[in-house]
Ligand binder design. Structure first.
Ligand code: NAP
Length: 461
């Protein structure tokens, strides 16, 4: 039986690794997701059988209930709410690790009254600390992403001193928890400190830096699960936790590069504070508007187009009508591409997923580094609901919270049309000087509605 269980764990681990590998390419991502889900099913069933705590009927009833809840929320959630959902997943992962660590600690110290061995004790402490930080940190990220708490950084005097004090108490109380296992006071304080640290490291993080924090919390949730694997002596949990922890760290590094932030800043917490001082309103911008008919005429007269999609495209669900626009352009022999910024939207790969959903082929989606030199030779750039990722202040204004972030060079194209509803700001909460540039024209209105009208005009030409 034990060998069968270990083989099942091995199979699950192989499925996880293959799944993650396939997730690296958009076209294989669904397959990767499915393989990982099967791996998780194998791991759960094998674990429940080993523990011998439930009958098959109970196992499958629980899975049916859990699966139904998951299916309901997966169907109900809007594409724009996925980042919030990821934040919740991370948070609940952290909470689960914290819960397992506490129950194991109290089972051994209070119920069985046995000495916890050192490796187990260190694993419990790690799981409580990382799990607690992940839980409250993710809850704050969730509140910021869904707008229930301001996306602006929340800072106060003495914040860094408080963080340092908490870090020191973190270490001291961990040692006491290790030495005096049977005293419930120390582990209780440890939980409180971990929960507090989670809140305090995420509240000062401003809008534009959220992608980094989400991927970092994702990695933390994996590390917490890995520590829990050591507590439960469960190999598959150790493997799965390490995979999530490591891939989350790699993603964090990719996001850091995209945001031009250093990983040290991220790991120390409290980064992105320039947002507070830099969220200034610049001098008011004089803009030029363009209508639907003129836009269609412009599209009819150019030979190269780059579309820059952003969060607004997700809100408007404009991806399908943009595919129609692409078809109209290609019928006219126009070179048509998409420029993808790594942090466009609200989650890594957000734009790729939406455009793939609209059956736009992957080879049309060009990453920022590969396409940035092409903008000066492009006749027309259509920005659809993107703002921060094309804001030239990132290059020119050291006071701006997004200063230093690499952007798409959309402003360098011969003509730029910006499709958005108003002069509303982007996620970082700053004005976009591009809108006032001489080569920039504003096409106001919901992206789906206005571009639908542009496409109808083009069809009639
Ligand atoms: P953005 O800066 O958030 O701007 C989105 C724009 O879309 C807004 O200015 C809004 O202007 C417009 N918009 C909203 N609804 C629209 C609609 N129905 N039709 C047309 N336009 C609409 O978006 P972004 O350029 O994609 O930049 C992403 C930002 O989010 C970055 O600051 C990034 O750091 C941050 N972020 C990214 C992630 C990630 O992982 N990708 C995660 C968290 C945060 P109007 O209101 O005027 O329409």
């Amino acid at each position: 039986m034990t060998i069968a269980i270990q083989l099942a764990y091995l199979l699950a681990s192989i499925l996880f690794i293959m799944g993650i590998k396939l997730l690296g390419k958009t076209k294989d991502a669904r397959k990767g997701n499915m393989l990982s889900a099967i791996g998780m099913l194998v791991a759960i069933v094998a674990t429940l059988i080993t523990l011998d705590i439930l009958s098959f009927v109970e196992i499958f009833s629980c899975m049916l209930i859990g699966g139904a809840i998951g299916l309901y929320y997966a169907k109900k959630v809007e594409m724009t709410q996925i980042p919030e959902m990821v934040a919740l997943f991370n948070g609940f992962g952290g909470l689960a690790s914290l819960g397992v660590a506490l129950s194991d600690h109290f089972l051994k110290t209070a119920v069985l009254a046995v000495e916890i061995d050192p490796v187990n004790s260190i694993s419990i402490i790690a799981s409580v600390l990382i799990g607690g930080v992940t839980f409250t940190g993710s809850m704050v990220a969730w509140l910021k992403l869904n707008g229930k708490v301001s996306g602006q950084p929340i800072t106060f005097k003495g914040q860094h001193v408080l963080n340092l004090a908490l870090l020191i108490s973190f270490l001291v109380i961990s040692v006491f928890t290790f030495l005096y296992q049977s005293d419930p006071m120390y582990i209780t304080i440890l939980v409180v400190v971990a929960l507090l640290v989670g809140i305090l490291i995420v509240v000062p993080i401003g809008g534009a830096d959220m992608p980094v924090v989400i991927s970092l919390l994702n990695s933390y949730s994996g590390m917490a699960a890995c520590a829990t694997g050591f507590i439960l002596n469960n190999n598959v949990l150790i493997v799965a936790g390490s995979l999530v922890g490591a891939s989350g760290l790699i993603l964090t590094q990719i996001m850091c590069k995209a945001m031009n932030r250093s990983l040290t800043n991220v790991l120390l917490g409290g980064f992105g504070q320039t947002v507070a001082s830099g969220a200034q309103d610049g001098p008011s911008i004089v803009i030029k508007e363009i209508g639907v008919e003129e836009t269609a005429m412009l599209f009819d007269s150019v030979s190269s187009v780059i579309v820059v999609p952003g969060y607004g495209m997700a809100v408007a669900q404009a991806q399908h009508v943009i595919r129609e626009l692409m078809e109209q352009c290609e019928k006219r022999g126009i070179d048509f591409k998409f420029a993808i910024h790594p942090v466009a939207g609200r989650m890594p790969g957000h734009m790729n997923v939406l455009l793939a959903e609209a059956n736009i082929s992957y080879d049309k989606l060009i990453e920022m580094e590969a396409i940035n030199d092409e903008f000066p030779n492009t006749d027309l750039v259509l920005i659809v609901g993107a703002n921060d990722v094309v804001n030239p202040a990132a290059r020119t204004n050291p006071q701006s919270p997004i200063y230093g972030m690499p952007i798409l060079n959309a402003d360098k194209a011969k003509t730029v049309i910006v499709s958005k509803r108003s002069m509303g700001k982007g996620y970082a909460g700053v004005e976009n000087e591009l809108f006032g540039y001489p080569n920039c024209l504003m096409l106001f209105g919901d992206a789906k509605q206005t571009i639908t009208k542009v496409v109808s005009e083009m069809k009639e030409m």
